[in-house]
Design a binder for this molecule. Structure first.
Ligand code: ZN
Ligand code: ZN
Length: 262
């Protein structure tokens, strides 16, 4: 049997990893190739470490991350909206109170005119006096409670939990978690030792190599999966309700529907 690689010399040993029959010279080349491929993986590993370190460092300046900026802006926007609602409600109440007093003053002026008329006509009939007395008492009662007529009704139905929440895009993490523990462990560890038989005596290389010959693409996939596992902080999205939607926290000033009865 000839060496599979050079097809010239006699194949005298097999690679433990891929099982090909090779000559000693080609075995040496084959081994060097594997070491090179492992070095590529080592470079990927170092690159990955840098990515993790960098993601960690960014967390130390979290206020500069877009999701934190978004939350801060949302917070300010909510405060502004609530202040605007409170301001509008105060203006609303003021307007209602002014209207209420104007209404009472109108009734007072009418009553005054009536009384002046009665005085002029010297109309002091008991039932007229009783009528005036009742109206005066009614107006007195109304003006003493004029500000208590206005009530503020607050909505208690705010679902604070849904106002803002965080979504961690963890799809890629779940993908990897679905692998078995053994698979995960093997992601970056050599699977098989490269050992070979020589002159019927078996010796094992002390160095471990990944099983690249059979699983190169799968190892790459694993590397990619691992790199996808690092969710860059700027990919974490703060879910903020659409600012175009009207804020549901309504505070309404209502004028109590009771009107003075005569
Ligand atoms: Zn050969
Ligand atoms: Zn091999």
């Amino acid at each position: 049997m000839k060496c599979v690689l050079c097809n010239e010399k006699k194949g005298i040993t097999r690679c433990e990893g891929c099982g090909i029959l090779v000559c000693l010279l080609c075995l040496d080349k084959h081994q060097k190739e594997l070491i090179q491929q492992f070095q590529v993986l080592m470079d990927m590993r170092n690159e990955l470490k840098e990515s993790i370190d960098s993601a960690e460092t960014k967390l130390k300046h979290e206020n500069k991350l877009s999701c934190f900026i978004e939350i801060n802006e949302w917070e300010q926007e909510m405060i502004k909206q609530i202040q605007a609602i409170a301001k509008r409600t105060r203006e609303n109440i003021h307007e209602i109170m002014v209207k209420n007093i104007v209404q009472i003053r109108d009734q007072f002026e009418q009553l005054s005119t009536t009384m002046q008329q009665q005085q002029k006509e010297e109309n002091y009939l008991e039932n007229e006096l009783e009528k005036v007395k009742a109206q005066l008492n009614q107006l007195k009662e109304t003006i003493s409670h004029v500000n208590k007529k206005v009530h503020v009704k607050k909505s208690n139905n705010i679902d604070w939990d849904t106002l803002i929440h965080v979504i961690n895009s963890e799809e890629s993490i779940q993908q990897n978690n679905s692998r078995t523990d053994q698979e995960k462990q093997s992601s970056f560890r050599p699977v098989n030792p490269l050992s070979f038989t020589l002159n019927d005596s078996e010796s094992s290389s002390p160095i471990w190599y990944p099983d690249l010959s059979q699983n190169t693409s799968s190892n790459l996939e694993r590397y990619l999966l691992l790199t996808q596992n690092i969710v860059p902080p700027d990919r974490i999205v703060a879910m903020i309700p659409n600012p175009d939607q009207s804020f549901s926290w309504t505070t309404v000033a209502r004028n109590r529907q009771s009107t003075p009865q005569y």
